[in-house]
Design a protein around this ligand. Sequence first.
Ligand code: NG1
Ligand code: ZN
Length: 533
Amino acid sequence: LLHPKPEGLVLQYGTAGFRTKAKHLDHIMFRMGLLATLRSKQTKATIGVMVTASHNPEEDNGVKLIDPMGEMLKPLWESYATQLANAEQGDLLPTLKDVINKEAIDMNQEANVFVGKDTRSSSAILSQAVLDGVSALSGHNYGLVTTPQLHYMVCCQNTQGKYGEATVEGYYRKLSKAFIQLTKNASNRTDDQKHLCVDGANGIGALKVREMESHLQRELQISLFNDGSKGKLNHQCGADFVKVQQKPPTGIKVSPGERCCSFDGDADRIVYYFTDSDGTFHLLDGDKMATLISTFLKELLTQVGLDLKIAVVQTAYANGSSTHYLEDTMKVLPVRCTKTGVKHLHHAAQEFDIGVYFEANGHGTVLFSQAAEEKIQQLLEDSNINDKQKRAALLLQNTVNIINQTVGDAISDMLLIEAILAIKGMTVQQWDAIYRDLPNRQLKVKVSDRRVIDTTDAERRAVSPAGLQEAIDSTVKKYTQARSFVRPSGTEDVVRVYTEADTQENADALAHEVSLAVFKLAGGVGDEPKPMK
Ligand code: NG1
Ligand code: ZN
């Protein structure tokens, strides 16, 4: 039998689909091929399957299903995925039949599944296992693509090309055309301003940036580092490394003040940074991007006189300074907080005409309601508007086109940020100075069962185990401008601790104290957490 399941292995479709050591995933891939086929028959639309473990180490792999409009798989189907993944070999058929019955799937309906993979050494074999699960003739193998490119192509396919052409070339053409149009509005850009250093995390994003470069007509001049020719995927490089370590990746050589960015392993995250002349590292994370983008959009809306509801969606990991800036200094921008996980942010962003969502780690995008897109279009056709309004309306339209609305996209976000900086004539230093991040720390604590931690209020408070939240509260009280929360990770077997305070020393000390409380009250395993050096 093909792709048998090792007995007893239990995995869960979490916030990032299935993700674990690549060697445990063969049967999962095959079964996700089967499930994607069922989902395709049920929705009568094309479904995507992406083989990647994103920012995880090269030895890991994973798989995620993409729903018809390029969005994340619907929660009910996540539970089918988990059931199917964990059915012992003899129960596989009954489990499949169960889904077919529950969803009243017409098995004569045609299916279409798009499959893509990242550059991991295990991805070739694993994506073949997916294709084995997709019934004959109903799959299209895109081979090496970024995660957001596959989301984009699924959406293009299911909108009959309205969103764009369902090819990688079509993606490059749409985004680069919008980029060229946008940067036309930036006068006197110097070569310095056109230059950007990109850390490709030794992954798929590096390959795809190379492919795209010629489309950008030297309006963006990229120095590519960690392009995969020697280094290991995500190893001491990439967006996650830079964000969590708060330092530049290895393998990148830049001068003080130079604008840099890092992608993650499947190019659905991006962070910016620079090192100033005294060696201080400055990170511009998802919160800084959300601020720049939402401010830009808000200004354009004011210029054209469109009354559209715009909001920013964040998670508890958003730096307190960013929330404070958006809510109190900008006033006009409402901020929503959701649970961690792209689907939660995406969902909340859909409630506005324009929803800007970003995780602090650099995953984010902007969603435009259909009404918003129509109003922008109508404005462009309106002969009564003046030149200034016309320019702003064109900028809005090209901003819509440069954005990958299906999911966070490092390449698309990079082009948008570069365009905004160019149009505003803003340096990365000026962007950074919009607000100052509160010093913060993220730590992991190993416990025997992370599910003992239950949270509420968008994960900002723990309701169990008993006493934990009280312990966190009384510790936080001892510090200034402090905030902390803990939550079980959805992608790793750990509890995550987050803290913020007035100084880095205090953020670190608070993180240590909270880690100890988690260790003691939530069943820590191994050595007690040690204070940071
Ligand atoms: P977990 O492991 O649940 O914290 C991490 C990220 C999420 C999201 C997912 C999916 C942090 C703190 N958490 O989830 O934001 O990106 O991975 O990749 O960055
Ligand atoms: Zn990723």
